[in-house]
Design a protein. Structure first.
Length: 702
């Protein structure tokens, strides 16, 4: 095989290790959850990616092993065999053998010298065919191979490296990522110091103290210098993860030639030279994406020699991969001059696979139909070949593009060819996007899914079946208000033109109404605080020019939420945001308990007040009408039972729901509470977010 560059080898071996770890974990989970189709699809994707990577680099033994395991789990998918213990053991053995191949590749740039592959392939074939194998015999055969390998290794002598000649050292990506994380923490501290400078400036202005002025100016000067040093050093660390894209592109000339021959097709490859460098994390995912797109073009796009002659084309097809940099984004196009996509065939297959969406699919245009090409297992080809990937190829493309904050669109003309246009950032260290306002709240929205910003007056909207639309490029785009996703008082709409972000995801395009758009920026992303992990429409945080925390909106999830609602549901959903806000009083002497309950209920848009005991609770109840009361049992000054007895004596509180949350489950205590007129009891030992919310919503008839 051809020599493979060290950087590519390192990337391949690192990713192979990650894929093997994922496959090992998934096959164990599949035994526990045999009906989890998504888990099985994910396992097949990982195996298929491993097979494709090894094929591309010419590591035949790994390719054979991966293909054998793929056959096994294809049989599982087809329900010919079940995911039993023997499969888990077999995968473990095969994964070990693939790791052995990787060790050999590190030393010899090839896995061809690895012996004993046929034994593993034989057992895989038998299991895939449904044969019952003797586990002891399999284990014994594999142990013999391992012993022979140890004997051979003991006979070999390792060459000592000359330390003086070493000009570079290897650094694990995890260490670089840890350094980047530490820099993020430094930036956060830097923002705090800037706040302190602002505070010093305010004191200086109030007092006119010259000493404070000197300290503040020196502090400010030192911080500017520190900020510059941090920024420059951080950029240097980011650059450690940057590698030339040519590392990924170069092997494809050989890949296309070899696989075209296997398919009996004649194909030329056009990959111009480029000096563009990318984040290593992006480059690793991009390798898988390009592999699947190239194989898709070879198998589905480029016609046979006979078909091309009949269509009046040159018998030699062409696949081109072109890459251009646009500001801080890359646009990479994989194009073929093949048959193009038969969208009517896609429509038929989509209706067959998703009959519940038949009416919607019938009315889709070609751009909207193309989303189905990225569905797991979707293929318009009747005969699935080894190259075509058994229907998992384009699913992998979409999954990997999401990982690198990128997107993909398809342009195709029947008879003339197909282009896959990939757009993704140069680095994942920073994120480009817009600061926007909705209902006086500030958000950051990544630019990758925003295709345009428009302004429209309400008179320009089209209303169909209780849903607002706008016309754009001869297409009707549904319009939604971002504020309707947040259960808070809706912003007052004026007669001025609405600001609309045109968002695109999975070839679905919608308009999102926001209050205003501030400006375009590129910022370092920080992960969400733990308290916001369950908010799927948020994907992280950034700091704005005032050093304030701004949440990042996750556009795909926002689009999915909007698109899942129909016209009537949207009206009903928005109407709910206009209903009165339920007022709830929490009475508990534990500050921690109050904070937990407050946090849970506030996230559901309830108005919350707190009291530390029964006496304070009664004082607040006399001043305000609450819709529901949550109380503890044991509290200083006045306990829960006495407080409830007083509440039920008030005419306006006789039917107000009361929930007791207590660690005391004594039957006598429970009996007293029931007699006092509580509506629900939650034991602290069984307290969960869902328990509280379900009880509250049921009692408030939501």
């Amino acid at each position: 095989m051809a020599y493979v560059e060290n950087d590519i080898l390192e990337s391949f071996i690192a990713e192979t290790s990650e894929l093997l770890e994922s496959i090992r974990k998934n096959v164990i989970l599949l035994k526990k959850y045999p009906n989890d189709k998504e888990l099985l699809a994910s396992t097949l994707r990982d195996i298929h990616t491993l097979k494709g990577n090894s094929r591309m680099l010419g590591f035949n033994n790994i390719e054979k092993l991966a293909h054998a395991i793929e056959d096994v789990y294809k049989s599982v998918k087809d329900e010919n065999i079940s995911n039993s213990d023997r499969l888990v053991v077999l995968v473990s053995y095969v994964a070990d053998k693939i790791s052995e191949c990787c060790d050999t590749i590190k030393k010899k740039n090839s896995d061809s010298s690895v012996e004993g592959i046929d034994v593993y392939l034989s057992y895989c074939d038998k299991i895939a065919a449904g044969e019952i194998i003797d586990m002891d015999s399999m284990t014994l055969d594999i142990q013999k191979l391992k012993q022979n390998k140890i004997l051979l290794e003991n006979e070999e002598e390792d060459d000592d490296d000359n330390i003086a000649e070493i000009q570079s050292i290897r650094i694990k990506l995890s260490r670089i990522n840890e350094i980047i994380r530490l820099f993020d923490n430094m930036i956060t501290r830097e923002f705090r110091l800037k706040h302190q400078i602002d505070a010093l400036k305010a004191i200086e202005e109030d007092t006119g103290n010259s000493d404070i002025s000197k300290i503040r100016k020196q502090f400010e000067s030192d911080l500017i210098t520190l900020e510059t040093c941090i920024f420059n050093t951080q950029q240097q660390v980011f650059d450690l993860r940057m590698l030339p894209i040519s590392m990924v592109l170069k092997p494809f000339e050989n890949t296309i030639a070899v696989e075209a021959m296997q398919l009996g097709k004649k194909v030329d490859c056009d990959i111009p030279e480029t000096d563009i460098a990318l984040d290593k994390v992006i480059l690793e995912q991009l390798s898988n994406v390009l592999l699947h797109l190239v194989r898709n073009s070879l198998d589905h796009g480029i016609e046979s020699v006979e078909e091309r002659k009949k269509a009046g084309k040159s018998e030699i097809g062409t696949i081109s991969i072109r890459c251009v940099q646009k500001t801080k984004h890359i646009e990479l196009t994989v194009k073929d001059d093949g048959a193009g996509i038969d969208f009517e065939k896609v429509r038929e297959k989509a209706i067959k696979n998703f009959p519940e969406k038949a009416d919607e699919i019938k009315n889709m245009n070609n751009r909207e139909l193309s989303q189905y090409l990225f569905k797991s297992g979707f293929s318009t080809k009747e005969k699935i070949t080894e190259i075509s990937g058994r229907g998992v190829g384009l699913d992998v493309v979409w999954t990997n593009m999401e990982k690198i904050k990128g997107k993909v669109r398809i342009e195709s003309e029947k008879g003339k060819g197909t282009s896959f246009i990939l757009t993704f950032p140069v680095s994942l260290a920073t994120l480009q996007g817009l600061f926007i306002f909705s209902n006086k709240e500030k958000f950051f929205i990544p630019s990758q899914h925003i295709v345009d910003i428009l302004y429209r007056k309400k008179s320009e909207y089209i209303k169909l079946q209780n849903q607002l639309y706008m016309r754009l490029e001869e297409q009707l785009i549904p319009i939604y208000s971002l504020s309707s996703l947040f259960k808070e008082q809706k912003e007052v709409r004026t007669n001025e033109a609405d600001t609309i972000l045109i968002a695109d995801y999975m070839e679905q395009r919608i308009g999102i109404i926001v209050s205003s758009v501030q400006r375009y920026v590129s910022l370092v992303v920080k992960p969400l605080p733990n308290a916001f992990k369950n908010f799927s429409i948020l994907q992280g945080i950034v700091f704005d020019e005032h050093y304030d925390i701004v949440p990042i909106l996750h556009v795909p999830d926002i689009i999915t939420k909007f698109k899942s609602l129909r016209g009537y549901d949207i009206k009903k959903y928005e109407a709910n945001t206009k209903k009165r806000v339920y007022k709830i009083l929490i009475v508990d002497d534990s500050e921690t308990t109050r904070q937990i309950e407050h946090s849970i209920l506030k996230n559901e848009a309830y108005a919350i007040d707190e009291a530390v005991d029964g006496i304070e609770g009664l004082e607040k109840i006399k001043k305000k009408q609450y819709d529901l009361i949550i109380s503890d049992k044991d509290m200083p000054r006045m306990n829960g039972i006495t407080m409830i007895d007083n509440i039920r004596r008030m005419e306006n509180y006789q039917n107000i729901p009361i929930i007791i949350i207590s660690a005391d489950q004594n039957p006598e205590v429970l009996s007293k509470f029931e007699k006092s007129g509580i509506n629900a009891f939650i034991a602290k030992s069984d307290f969960k977010r869902g328990n509280l919310l379900n009880a509250v919503k049921e009692l408030l008839h939501e």
